[in-house]
Design a protein around this ligand. Structure first.
Ligand code: PLP
Length: 383
């Protein structure tokens, strides 16, 4: 059975072109980029070339890019470094209740350190209201951290408006762009973003590498002490193969983002229409228009998300549950809860996310398989 991968929001396969670019940096070109000799010089050049590509992807200057171990580190660094650096100025941080745990838990940590955090609600569509952001601002507000697009329901936030507001009030603005970077055009200057998190494995690069954009002049104390790499902003020897992979993924994204966007959107709409045509009592979560091109997040009445996933997997289809099931309890996720999705619908939720290697044939087979699975599960349901 040919398997179908529809969980691109969890991670993407590394593009063959990225793999090829990384290959020499495992052993042939292994120098430490901080070394003076020619081994070091050749890897330093590769790291700097990657930095140029990542910077170009978000219209930043190369010196504003700091390589990290991924999105989680970038988020933690943005929040904790900014918070502690600006402690004298104020102790208030604004975020939303639907952020990724990398932001939410970092904010909870900041609360334990005496910071005051406002967790803004979102509309049922997942959209954060700019007037709520405005109202939450206080004299002591030092940072607004609001994600670009939600990783579960795919809703895209009005980051340019939030950035403009933050700038007007002289507050730093961080956005977690892990789900959008490499998929959507982002201009950190146009959107007045001071700090931005991105992660290679969400756009066909390797896992365990990402970057934090830090606008020139942003007050910043490093999160880790050590050898003062990355101009003293992130110590530790560079993950050269990973960084080269991130750079290549960024280069490919720059070239292919526009045509890919249209193709994936067309496939996404085909998937949604097919499902809605064949299955009744199915609801789209997230914003109908302001959403990621590749995201279909559904609540399906009278089915359990976990059973849905297992049955789909048996049909060879990999999707994701809209509920956090790591604890085995299938409790609705914090996002579903914050959006006010009733628990019985949240429990029957399914996220299907498409990507570069999705095909029309896969979409049609998924519609057929999901239809069969839902019919089967409903036939067993007591409701
Ligand atoms: N932020 C968002 C919105 C994400 O979707 C993820 C990954 O799922 C992360 C942060 C964490 O990124 P990483 O896996 O690179 O640490």
């Amino acid at each position: 059975m040919k398997r179908i991968y529809l969980d691109y929001a969890a991670t993407t396969p590394t593009d063959q072109r990225v793999l090829k670019a990384m290959e020499p940096y495992w052993n042939e070109k292994f120098g430490n980029p901080s070394s003076i000799h020619s081994y070091g010089q050749e890897t330093k050049e590769a790291v700097e070339s990657a930095r140029n590509h990542v910077a170009a992807l978000i219209s930043a200057a190369p010196s504003e890019i700091v390589f990290t171990s991924g999105g989680t580190e970038a988020d933690n660094t943005a929040i904790k470094s900014t918070g502690f650096t600006l402690r004298e100025k104020g102790n208030h941080i604004i975020t939303t209740a639907i952020e990724h745990h990398a932001v939410l838990h970092a904010c909870q940590f900041m609360e334990s350190q005496g910071f005051d955090v406002t967790y803004l609600p979102a509309e049922t569509s997942g959209f954060v209201n700019i007037s709520d952001v405005q109202r939450a601002i206080k004299e002591e507000t030092i940072l607004i951290s609001i994600m670009h697009a939600n990783n579960e329901v795919g809703t895209i936030q009005p980051i340019a408006e939030i950035g403009a507001l933050a700038k007007e009030r002289s507050i730093l603005f961080h956005t977690d762009a892990v789900q959008t970077c490499g998929h959507m055009k982002i201009d950190v200057n146009q959107a007045n973003i001071d700090l931005l998190s991105l992660s290679a494995h969400k756009f066909y690069g390797p896992k365990g590498v990402g970057a934090l954009y830090i606008r020139e002049g942003t007050p910043f104390i490093p999160f880790m002490d050590g050898g003062a790499q990355e101009l003293g902003r992130r110590s530790s020897t560079h993950n050269v193969p990973g960084i080269v992979g991130l750079g290549k993924a960024a280069e490919i994204a720059m070239e292919e983002m526009a045509p890919e966007h249209q193709r994936i959107r067309t496939l996404r709409d085909r998937l949604l229409e097919g499902i809605q045509r064949n299955i009744d009592k199915v609801y789209l979560n997230g914003h109908p228009e302001k959403r990621l091109d590749n995201n279909v997040h559904l609540s399906i009445e009278n089915v359990e998300g976990e059973a849905l996933l297992i049955n789909l997997d048996m049909e060879g289809i990999a999707g994701s549950s809209g509920s956090a099931c790591s604890s085995g309890s299938m409790e609705p996720s914090h996002v579903m809860t914050a959006l006010g999705i009733p628990p019985e619908l949240a429990r029957g939720s399914l996220r299907l996310t498409l990507g570069r290697f999705s095909t029309e044939d896969e979409i049609d087979r998924t519609v057929d398989a999901l239809t069969r699975v839902v019919q089967h599960l409903r036939s067993l349901s007591p409701f």
